[in-house]
Design a protein around this ligand. Structure first.
Ligand code: ZN
Length: 171
């Protein structure tokens, strides 16, 4: 029954597309509404942080690697292991620390390596993509912390970049 097989395929495609739209819609609504509700700034920052760590990789996996999105999502999530380099720092956790250019696997030199990974075959390019998304998430966190409390980040190694981005966001 070729007619029904192709119909089924069409319906499936439609469902997949509407799912992608739903994921996008819900996450945008979530971010916008948390902002409008004027929840505590730290809370908004935490919500955005976890959305970027957990939700964004799913959206990217689904939109760009649809045939294989579950595996790609898992690889993207696994790149969070890059934070194991925090174990080398003393203290291991510090609330107002900006990871960028501080921890060894978060330095600008190593990030250049992550960019190179984008040009390698799978799964290396997905690992590189995940690592770069992770760096953007951490950087976004630094900028949000800076906007709330510039003096909190007065001694971070990525201060110049964070200051420049904070100014760009404000203007
Ligand atoms: Zn990190």
């Amino acid at each position: 029954m070729p007619c029904c097989a192709s119909k089924n395929k069409q319906v499936q495609d439609l469902l997949q597309n509407s799912n992608a739209k739903k994921v996008f819609g819900i996450s945008t609504l979530f971010i916008v509404s948390t902002n409008y509700l004027k929840l505590e700034k730290a809370m908004v920052q935490t919500v955005i942080h976890y959305f970027l760590h957990l939700g964004m990789p799913l959206i990217i996996a689904y939109l760009f690697f649809r045939n294989d999105y579950k595996r790609v999502y898992l690889i993207l999530l696994a790149t969070m292991l890059v934070d194991l380099d925090h174990l080398l720092a003393t203290p291991i956790f510090s609330p107002n620390r900006c990871s960028i250019n501080f921890h060894p696997l978060h330095t600008y030199y190593v990030m250049a390596g992550y960019v190179v990974m984008l040009f390698l075959p799978k799964p290396y390019k997905i690992i590189g993509l995940g690592l770069l998304l992770h760096m953007l998430t951490d950087l976004n966190d630094c900028v949000m912390t800076y906007l709330n409390c510039p003096q909190c980040l007065s001694e971070v190694p990525a201060l110049a970049l964070v200051e420049w981005l904070a100014k760009a966001v404000k203007s």
